[in-house]
Design a protein around this ligand. Sequence first.
Ligand code: 3QA
Length: 230
Amino acid sequence: MKIAIMGAMREEIAPILEHLESYKTLEHAGNIFYTGHYGGHELVLAYSKIGKVFSAITASVMCERFGIDALLFSGVAGGISPELKIGDLIMASQLCQHDVDIVAFGHPYGFIPEGTLMVPTDPALRSLASEVAIDMGIDLYEGIIATGDQFVASSERKSWIHETFNADALEMEGGSVACVCHNFGVPCFVLRAISDTANGEASEDFDAFLQTSAAVSATFILAMVHRLGH
Ligand code: 3QA
């Protein structure tokens, strides 16, 4: 299979790149795409830069230009559910855009006409992830992830996102990437390890835990790649 793995920040992709014995690079559309082999599959890796727009560019290029069979997103997130502690893993069942607001026309928050409020991820990739988690003895949460072009560092905004979308975690790219994949018909999986809890201490926690949480997510993604298509 040909599998795309993407993150938003360099730190989210670096621990995966380290595991490739060799790779080639291709520069395109403001990104560096790394191609190589792992676990008997062809891989294409890239970090998009932060946010919905940059991540949509990268995901679109991966879908359109690399002929991928699946796209796996690996990275960190702010936890909303009190069950989620720093370092815990959550896979998205579905994702939304918490910053979309055309409520003046009677639409619910997050809804764009001819789109859907929630975009689901691929059920087969989710069940594979559940099996991998059991085998590795890891607790893997499943829930709604809310995406927006904001680093959330306030309990008020975090509560609003929870109440409005029933989201368990939030970040800045998953919703756009899932939307791109959905529109291209490419199976998508979004995994995040918690780096902070999106409250008043979020920026300090994020700086302290970005690297370790990114590595937790990357390790799990590589275990999934090992199991894909076998
Ligand atoms: C944060 C990263 C962006 O790609 C989204 C991390 C973790 N905690 C979050 C939170 N709110 C929203 N998203 C997240 N990622 C970008 S800002 C830091 C940039 O530092 C998930 C995420 N609470 C760069 C140094 O200047």
